[in-house]
Ligand binder design. Structure first.
Ligand SMILES: Cc1ncc(COP(=O)(O)O)c(C=O)c1O
Length: 498
């Protein structure tokens, strides 16, 4: 008799019906049914993979998700139950067995049992978890004064001047806000005010934030389409699954023709074009390789139609790509740049920087005030982040360790057929997992298994992409060669067992 099981209750029912042997794979044992628990229930486990001579190490706990939702009583389950009750069962949470983190230091995170995880995911505490230089700056200013931007205060000016100095000369005027969403929302308002248009173009697999206006652009969660008449989506440029199988210049041109088509469609509908909002590394699209020539052509098309080029550097800024700003690699200077996430290393700090003519025109017509944005504590923290980036040579480190990792990950690709494509920019990687390298059929189930098995082995990564099949790895900027080796050897081992 063959029976399948999915939940704790299923296994208990099987045991109650005198089932004593279960066929499992390693993943089941690592994520659902700990060997220890099976022993307790008197169940014998036989493995799917006959080559598996020894069972993998069991993980503590037994189906925390189900356990919590079925009313079991470990401390972790109780916390999850309270979370479900307060935030909702569908409130996003990472991993089959969620991690309960209690402390962070440098590139490491620690759970409630003291288990150490190498953080290869979080790009907010980018210069290191709880960096002492930053916590000291935060505490010092919080103990001195914290108001808002409507009083004179030196820190905002010092910080703003230092920040704008990292950008092209034309990008000289700043707004400070608290989240990337606020920065992008403001970018839409400014672009619309400046151009007198409403039409915004974004890509078919992106996320720019959580406000109502940005939600219309967040095609990652709406199968690539927007319901708003003021938003048009275009395919993001990529060489791995190229549009109509094209290559080289023809491919770049085909993607640009799509942008021109969207501009023309706005015109047909009587909607004036306001601009293109994109991340310069298309981080949420899965970090594609962009066909050569795309950026110059697309910038021309947008500007010739009177639109503004808005670069969302919320993910890509502050050294992530091995350069302070990712836009530098595109060869294009945007009209508006937005930033956030790593800007305050965890303190809610985000911003928008643009040209003088653009900001002045906006200010002629609109008042913008943000209660918390740019307050003295935020600006001291922002300044401290810039200090650490410089003093610890973190951008150079991102480029150097990033190149080392890119090389090693490509070697792993030679060994494991599941890895269809390895893409990297500085310390940001997207590994596309496919069932077959010719058909490039996405492997979302395997991707999730890899992510969960990596977590079990003490490495935090995640996945992204329209097909949920791209391993997303964003080590913290102080990542060392030793950290990189641990990441790669663990990934190798996990892929060996998939
Ligand atoms: C590219 C990009 N822009 C904007 C945002 C929104 O930033 P926040 O969550 O700080 O509002 C995100 C968040 O993931 C993002 O990835």
């Amino acid at each position: 008799m063959i029976k399948t099981f999915y939940t704790e209750q299923d296994v208990q029912d099987l045991v109650a019906n005198n089932v004593s042997v279960l066929q499992v794979d390693q993943y089941t044992v690592l994520t659902m049914l700990a060997k220890e628990t099976a022993d307790k229930l008197g169940l014998q486990l036989i493995y799917d993979n006959p080559d598996t001579k020894t069972a993998p190490q069991p993980t503590p706990g037994f189906w925390p998700k189900h356990e919590a939702r079925n009313g079991r009583s470990s401390p972790k389950s109780k916390l999850l139950q309270r979370r479900d009750k307060l935030l909702g069962e569908k409130s996003p949470i990472f991993y089959e067995q969620p991690v309960h983190l209690v402390r962070g230091e440098g590139v490491w995170l620690f759970d409630e049992d003291g288990k150490r995880y190498l953080d290869v995911y979080n790009n907010v505490p980018s210069v290191g978890h709880c960096h002492p230089h930053i916590t000291a700056a935060l505490t010092r200013q919080a103990q001195t004064l914290n108001t808002h931007t409507r009083y004179l205060h030196e820190t905002i000016i010092n910080y703003g001047e230092r920040l704008t100095a990292t950008l092209a000369d034309s990008l000289s005027m700043a707004y400070f806000v608290c989240t990337g969403s606020e920065a992008n929302e403001l970018a839409l308002r400014i672009a619309r005010q400046y151009t007198g248009g409403m039409g915004i173009i974004g890509t078919n697999s992106t996320y720019h934030g959580n406000t109502a206006a940005l939600f219309d652009l967040d095609t990652l969660f709406s199968a690539g389409v927007s319901m708003s008449p003021y938003i048009r989506t275009v395919p993001f440029p990529e060489t791995y699954r190229p549009l109509r199988g094209l290559t080289g210049v023809a491919l770049a041109e085909a993607y640009v023709v799509e942008v021109q088509g969207a501009i023309d469609a706005f015109a047909t509908d009587g909607i004036k074009f306001a601009g293109l909002m994109v991340c310069p590394i298309f981080a949420n699209e899965g970090l594609p390789n962009v066909p050569a020539g795309y950026w110059e052509k697309v910038a021309n098309v947008v500007r010739n139609a009177g639109g503004l080029l808005i670069f969302d550097e919320v993910q890509s800024g502050f050294g992530r790509t091995g350069k302070v700003w990712a836009y530098v690699s595109t060869g294009i200077i945007p009209d508006i740049i937005t930033m956030g996430k790593p800007m305050g290393n965890g303190y809610p700090l985000a911003g928008l920087i643009s040209r003088k003519d653009i900001v002045t025109k906006f200010q002629d017509h609109a008042m913008y005030f943000n209660t918390f944005g740019g307050n003295p504590v935020a600006c001291e923290v922002g300044m401290a982040v810039l200090d650490v980036l410089e003093q610890e040579n973190l951008i150079e480190n991102a480029a150097r360790v990033g190149a080392y990792l890119a090389n090693g990950l490509k070697k792993l690709q030679e060994k494991h057929d599941l890895i269809g494509d390895v893409r990297g920019k500085g310390l940001f990687f997207g590994l596309e997992l496919v069932l077959d390298r010719n058909s490039k059929t996405p492997a979302p189930a395997e991707t999730k298994r890899v992510v969960n098995l990596m977590k079990e082995r003490g490495i935090l990564i995640n996945y992204i992409g329209a097909h949920d099949n791209i391993l997303k790895m964003r080590p913290l900027l102080p990542f060392s060669i030793e950290n990189a080796d641990l990441l790669m050897s663990t990934l190798d081992e996990v892929l060996e067992n998939i």
